[in-house]
Design a protein around this ligand. Structure first.
Ligand SMILES: Nc1ncnc2c1ncn2[C@@H]1O[C@H](COP(=O)(O)OP(=O)(O)OP(=O)(O)O)[C@@H](O)[C@H]1O
Ligand SMILES: [Mg+2]
Length: 515
């Protein structure tokens, strides 16, 4: 039965823009169909979803009274009070979606509940304009025409029809991955572009993504305490910088999660600035420890214990891709209570991060030096073959140093052979470097001669391998940098002894503003 939620409950529900673009309409309608127990869902759209979106299901349907109620704000059959969200078995709970979509479109609902007769309703800008009996099978079709016809400003924010159509497809893909037990079909301009029969989770992924993609991935399954993880992740040799797939669902709810994403990426232990893994991950977790009421479009969830989630996923992925766990599980700097996505880069050199108690400014080069330094100290560097061996002509003095300290170079993963008079050929470099220039190599020779201890040479290596100032970082890279930094033993100073970060508390800011 649909009821109108009381004011107090309404106040506590994550409010905001429910319909941002056509894909959000598709998401809401398909989720309603799933909540209605549909076994088969058919979606069609035209004009990037702006002209028409229609979703048909074979779910339980609505009576005329239900259908009228469903259009009123805060009307839902799914919860009665906020308490119910903790044990929620449905995707919807706010009683807001249909109302919000109806307000900005011409909407038709054609529905039939088992015993009741079929009913057709049409609304324009949220007002019911027509209601009449119309027979049909049990189930519901919601059709949305002329989306945003009365909010031209919204339309301006939309991308091309093609781009909006792609978002719809991605949205459906994400939902279909989480619900292999439901059959889906998707029509674009009346052409059938996706048809998925009911199948197993692996079957669904295979069908959606094809052998090409799945052969680059490995199945992962993991169970621990209240957490169950299953899905596919990239094999370490198939990390990519473009065309990655990233799908996460938490208790069958497709979401984005910076936390899970960085746990996965970091588990591969590679410089995440370059390439990163694809993943399709379903997470099942005790409903009590995940809050679904945090985002107006329900695209994100919040975990009661982020540290636990991060650690579990990191460990599971690491175990699966066989990277070993020496160095331990990295933990975020909880002292700072970092907001996982709030990072900005200043002058391509410093990362500004918001914490619960203030702000941090991080020197990206110094931070990365610290990270590499500890990595090298913990684990003997391995070799990284250069795509093109580098041939370097040395001075007599440099050549002498090379001959004397050849073994030290080998310890750090360098493979350098003699190549004629005073000439060497660099075949591999330490795995902590991407490449090396002629000058860097020569400089390193002098450093090795002048500073003998392993740790000091490590400082040099870390400095050469670290991101430079004036290098643009993506949000993911910043996230990984901060994660990795706080996982080090001494995150506050670079190996040269300079600070890696400056911290300002809210109190300090207030004081400086004379508050
Ligand atoms: N396809 C459908 N089949 C059967 N009932 C539906 C369908 N779509 C909507 N309803 C009914 O209409 C009500 C309102 O739907 P609406 O999507 O607006 O809210 P909700 O799903 O309860 O919450 P949310 O705003 O979080 O999606 C639902 O609670 C449900 O009872
Ligand atoms: Mg809904």
């Amino acid at each position: 039965m649909i009821v109108i939620l009381d004011d107090d409950t309404v106040q506590k529900i994550a409010a905001g823009e429910v319909v941002e673009r056509p894909a959000s309409v598709v998401k809401e309608l398909v989720e309603n169909a799933i909540d209605a127990g549909a076994k088969k869902i058919s979606i069609s759209f035209r004009g990037g979803g702006q002209d028409i979106i229609s979703v048909t299901d074979d779910g339980e349907g609505m009576t005329e009274e239900d259908a009228r109620l469903s259009l009123l704000p805060h009307s839902t059959s799914k919860i009665r009070s906020l308490e119910d969200i903790k044990t929620l078995a449905t995707l919807g709970f706010r009683g807001e979606a249909l109302t919000s979509i109806a307000k900005v479109s011409i909407m038709e609902i054609h529905t039939k509940k088992r015993e009741a007769e079929g009913i057709y309703l049409r609304t324009g800008g949220g007002n019911i304009e027509e209601v009449m009996p119309r027979p049909r099978e049990r189930g519901t079709t919601v059709t949305v025409r002329n989306l945003f016809f009365n909010v031209p400003a919204r339309r301006k924010f939309l991308k091309s029809n093609y781009a909006e159509g792609e978002r719809i497809k991605t949205m459906i893909t994400g939902i279909a991955i989480a619900y292999p037990e439901i059959a889906f079909s998707l029509f674009h301009n009346q052409n059938l572009i996706l048809q998925l029969e009911k199948t197993s989770p692996e079957g669904r992924i295979n069908e959606l993504l094809g052998d090409e993609v799945t052969k680059e991935m490995t199945y992962i399954e993991y169970k621990k305490n209240s957490i169950r993880l299953s899905g596919f992740i990239s094999l370490p040799e198939y990390l990519k910088d473009k065309g990655k797939l990233e799908y996460i669902s938490v208790n069958k709810r497709p979401v984005r999660s910076g936390l899970i994403r960085s746990a996965i990426k970091n588990a591969y232990g590679i410089p995440t600035r370059e390439r990163s893994p694809s993943f399709i991950l379903n997470l099942e977790i005790d409903k009590n420890i995940v809050d679904v009421n945090v985002h107006p479009r329900k695209e994100e969830v919040r975990f009661a214990d982020e540290n636990f989630i991060y650690g579990t996923i990191f460990g599971a992925v690491r175990e699966k891709v066989g990277i070993g766990t020496e160095g331990g599980i990295r933990e975020r700097g909880y002292e700072w209570e970092m907001e996982p996505t709030a990072f900005w880069q200043l002058h391509n050199s410093y990362v500004l991060a918001q914490t619960k108690t203030g702000v941090l400014i991080i020197d990206q080069h110094a931070a990365h030096e610290r990270i590499l330094y500890e990595k090298i100290m913990k684990k003997k560097p391995s070799s990284q073959k250069l795509l093109f061996p580098l041939i370097v002509l040395l001075s007599t003095k440099e050549y002498e140093i090379f001959i004397t300290f050849k073994d030290v170079l080998t310890t750090f993963g360098f493979e350098v052979e003699e190549f004629g008079e005073r000439t060497v050929r660099i075949i591999s470099v330490s795995s902590f470097l991407k490449d090396i220039t002629e000058n860097e190599f020569k400089e390193m020779l002098y450093q090795i001669r002048d500073v003998k201890p392993f740790s000091d040479i490590t400082v040099t290596l870390a400095c050469m391998g670290a991101v430079k100032q004036k290098e643009k970082l993506s949000p993911e890279e910043m996230n990984a940098l901060i994660d990795d930094l706080f996982a080090t033993e001494n995150p506050y100073f670079c190996p040269h002894g300079r600070p890696t970060m400056i911290k300002w508390s809210i109190e300090e800011l207030a004081r400086r503003f004379g508050r």
